[in-house]
Design a protein around this ligand. Structure first.
Ligand SMILES: [Zn+2]
Length: 371
């Protein structure tokens, strides 16, 4: 068994600007926490710097026109045409260096997949990946290059069957679009309903077309969904679907913006359900490619990614500073000496309403997929 954690200080320092919610430095916080909790020091683990992806591979997910525009933007050019490619908006600013940065973030996810398709690697984590909103010819939702689509296309060229599970609070729209007609990719996205947030898609009725009919599974959840309801959906729908598909590699987009403190979304999860999901996924497939994604409470995101890495590698996090009076604190957290969040549940009529809505979704999917 061999596992790879992709990281580069240079990439983690890439800056979207002071007012932009996307902070690549979360990856650095996660790495520091992994070190502090002793979950990166096993002999079978490698810390690797993301390699730049070659142009040819970028074409697996993007048009030549778009890549040309993105390259010019990365060199510092500003021009009107970029707007028709989604660049120059508040979400996707024209950042100098963005082409090279994205190429390396995607290089890690791609190389990780190639490693998993070989014999020796079982686990890969790229906290600088997971750009599930980047469309073929359009930047969107803080994403410029779709590393996930590139890696899955590579796997299909190797005749692998892939399950893609997206637990980011936002619908994995661009990954869905890329494989909507594909029966060798099982796409599962659990997200806050598009009725309330970006990208406003991912309804339960979107289920694939042609050969891909039934291989796209969307689970939209109402705002304020908590751990209890979330885990019920996961156990009743997601687990049996993956079990019956039997993927060769499981790709997991582990965006942490579904957590209760996230400023951009309204789901109310703690990392207790988040980690339970990671644990179950690990039990389902021996090869896992995990990526980052959303996560705008950077400390909580870093804690959750540290736990995810530990679980994927069967190691127990232990705080080497635990018990020291005045010892190191990590961020503005109250839960010192454990990475796990305090439990949080919604109660009363509000919970009943959430439950009713989610039950409807569960019933629909059970019938649709004969579970
Ligand atoms: Zn997100």
């Amino acid at each position: 068994m061999h596992s790879i954690f992709y990281y580069s200080h240079e990439l983690a320092r890439f800056d979207f600007g002071p007012d932009h919610p996307f902070k690549p430095e979360r990856a650095q916080k996660a790495l520091e926490l992994c070190r502090r909790y002793g979950v990166l020091d096993q002999p079978y683990m490698t810390l690797k710097s993301p390699p730049p992806l070659e142009q040819k591979k970028l074409l697996l997910a993007h048009s030549e026109d778009y890549l040309d525009v993105l390259r010019r933007v990365g060199q510092g050019e500003i021009f009107e045409e970029m707007l028709s490619f989604g660049i120059g908006t508040e979400d996707n600013p024209p950042l100098r260096g963005v082409y090279e940065w994205s190429r390396k973030c995607a290089g890690a996810t791609w190389e990780g997949m190639v490693e998993l398709l070989g014999k020796h690697t079982h686990t890969v984590f790229n906290p600088l990946g997971g750009f599930h909103h980047a469309l073929r010819s359009r930047a969107s939702g803080f994403c410029y290059i779709n590393d996930i689509v590139i890696a899955i296309k590579e796997a299909l060229d190797h005749n692998a069957r892939i399950t893609y599970v997206d637990i980011d609070a936002h619908h994995g729209d661009a990954v869905q679009e890329a494989f909507y007609h594909e029966d060798r990719v099982q796409f599962i996205s659990i997200h806050e309903s598009g009725k309330y947030i970006y990208p406003y898609s991912g309804s339960v009725e979107e289920s694939g077309e042609g050969n891909g009919e039934g291989f796209t599974i969307n689970i939209p959840l109402p705002p304020k969904t908590d751990d209890e309801v979330y885990l019920e959906v996961f156990h009743r729908i997601v687990l049996p679907l993956i079990r019956s598909f039997r993927p060769d590699v499981l790709v997991a987009e582990l965006g942490a913006d579904s957590l209760v403190s996230d400023p951009l979304t309204h789901l109310m999860l703690t990392n207790n359900s988040y980690t339970e999901v990671v644990r179950e996924l690990k039990g389902l497939c021996s090869r896992i490619l995990a990526t980052g994604g959303g996560g705008y409470d950077i400390y909580r995101t870093a804690r959750s990614w540290t736990l995810a890495w530990a679980i994927l590698n069967n190691v127990e996090p232990e705080d080497e500073f635990a018990g020291l009076v005045g010892g190191m604190m990590f961020g503005p957290e109250m839960e010192v000496s454990t990475l796990y969040d305090r439990p949080y549940t919604i109660k009363g009529p509000e919970k009943d309403k959430i439950r009713q809505e989610v039950d409807k979704t569960i019933r629909f999917l059970i019938k649709r997929h004969h579970l």
